[in-house]
Design a protein around this ligand. Sequence first.
Ligand code: FES
Length: 624
Amino acid sequence: MITCSVTFLPDNITVSVEKGKTIAEAAQIAGIKLKMPCGGEGSCGKCAVKVMSNRVSDNVEISLDQKFEQVLACQTEVSEDVTVEVPVNARLGEHQVLLSAEDDNALGTFAFEPLCWKVTITLSPPSINENASDWIRLKGELGKIVGDEEVIIGLPLLTNLAHMLRDASWQVTVTLLQQDGYVEVIDLQPGANDEPIYGLAIDIGTTTVVVYLVDLCSGKVLDRNGTYNKQAVYGDDVIARIIHSQEKNGLQELQDAVVNTIDELTNQLLKKTRIEGTGVKAITIAANTIMTHLFLGLDPKYIRLEPYIPTTSQFPAVKATEVGLRSVPNANIYCMPSVGSYVGGDIVAGVLYTGISQKDELTLFIDIGTNGEIVLGNKEWLISCACSAGPAFEGSGITCGMRAMHGAIERIQITPGTYETRYETVEDGKPTGICGSGLIDCIAKLHHVGLLDRAGRFTADTQDTNRIRNNEEGKEFVISWEKEAGVDNDIVITEGDIQNLIRSKGAIFAGIRCLLNSLQIDMEIVDKFYIAGGFGNYLNINDAIEIGLLPDLPHEKYQFVGNTSVKGAYMTLISRSALKAAVEIGRKMTYMELSVGNEFMDEFVSALFLPHTDLSLFPSVQSN
Ligand code: FES
C-alpha cells in the first residue's frame, strides 16, 4: 500500500493516507471538520481548500493538478505528498449551544423523580420461619417503593446478591431504572451508598448534537455541550443520509459517526466536571425518526419509499455498549417515541416541553429546521404534519449561510435611502456568515426598504448603491465587506439565496395552512404559537411575519422556545411522570400526510411571494 502525507494549514497537522484517498478523507483523519453539505457529491462547492506548493516546506511536493488553486476536498484524490490550506469558510465551526437558564426549571407540573435512582434497603435476616429467597425478600421491599410495577434483576447482579447481603449485614443500596412498564435493578452496592449518579439528555439533530450532563440526585444540569453531527460529511439532510445508509458499510458508518459525536461531547463534559463515565447510568435521547434509526443501527430505507414506513416508532431500551458508546459503558438508553416517519421523538419532546398536551388553550407548535414539523392541539387532541423546508434556515445551501455560532450575523438593520447596513453577530465575533435569524432579518429589511420586490428580485441597480452588484446568476447585496469580515470574502446574499429562502418559508407557511384547513380552523382561533428551531439567540417575529413565514397575528401570541428537543429529553431524564407523558403524547398524536392531494402544492405556490400572493392574509405588512 502506497501512502502519502497530507499537511493541513494553518493547523500544521500532517496525516498519512492511502494513495487515492480524497483530501476530505484525510481531513477527517486529521480531525479537521469540513463543511460538506452535499455529502461529497461535488455539487455544493463548500469544501474548497487551497492547494499550497512547496513554498510552505522545501520537502513538500505537490502532485495535484491545480497547484496553488482551490480544489474540492471531496473530489480531489491524493497521489503524492501535499499541503493544503483550509480556509475559515470551509470549516465547520464550534456549534453554539442554544441553552438558557430556564432549562433548570423545565419540569413544570411534573414531579422530580429521575429515571434512574438509588434506594437503601435493610432486610431482616431470614429464619426457618421466614425462609423466602434473598431476591424475593428484596423484591418485596422494592415493591413497597415502586408500587404496582414489576421489579426485575439480571443474572450478573443476582450472582452477587447472597454474599453482598450477608457481608453488609443485610443492608444494600439498589440503583433502579424505570423501563417501559417495569423497573429494573441495574446496580447493587453493599451498605448505604450515597455516591451520586448521573444521566445524559441528548438531542441528536440532523445537523447538530447537544448533550446535557445531569446530576440525577439533584436534577441539576451540571454542564452542556454541543457540536456538529459527524454524519454531516455524508450529506446535509436526512434523505442524503438514508441514501448513504444503503451503500456498503454505509449504515455502520452513519451509526459510528453519531456515536463518536456523542462520545466526544460526553468525554469533554466528563473531563471538565471530573466525573467518571461509569457513574452515568441513564440517557434519554430525542431525535427525528431517521436519526433515531441511524443511532440504533436500524435500516431507514423504507422511510424514504412510499408508503414511508419506519421499522418502529417505539424504540426498545438499549445498553450503551449495544450501540458502541464507550464514554459511558454502564448507561441505559431510552429513545423518545416517534409519531411517523417525519415526525419524530424531537417533536414529542417539544410538545412535552411546551406543555401543549396539558393545556386547554389551542396551541400550534412549529419546529423550523430542514423539515418543518407542525403540531396543533390541546389536552384533548394533537395532530401533526411535516413539510420539507430544506436546510436554508439552517444556513445550508445559502452562499454565506451558516449555523448560529460565533461570528454568525443574526440581526440586520438597513437604512432606507442610503442602504447602509448594520448587523449584530453571535458573541460579537467578526462576521463569518449569516445564520437563520439573520437571513430572515435580511430579507425582511431588504423588502422593507424597497430593495426587493414581492417575488424576491432586487429592484435597485448597481448605480443605486455599491452594495448591489451583479454576479453570474443575477444580483447580490453586500452585507459585510471583506475588510470588516472574519473570512476572505464579502458576505453577501444573492437572488438565488433569496429564492431558496422563499421556498423554505413558503413550505412552512403552506404546512400551517394545510393543517388548519384540514380541521377548518381559522388562524385567529389559535391561542398560542410556539416557535422552535436553532435560530440562535433570538427570532425576530416581526420580520418572520414580514416575509410570510409566520401568520400575521398579534405578537403576544408567539413565543420563541429555542431547542425544545434537548429540553424535552432532559425532562424525561429527571421525571418518570414526564417520560410517561411523552409516551402518551406519541400514542395520542395523529399524523397528517401532506403529500396526499394537491392542497399543499397549491398553498406552497401561493406562498412563494413576500409575504404571500394573497396580501389580505398579511394586513399589517400591507399597511406598512
Ligand atoms: S462539493 Fe465537496 S462536499 Fe459538496
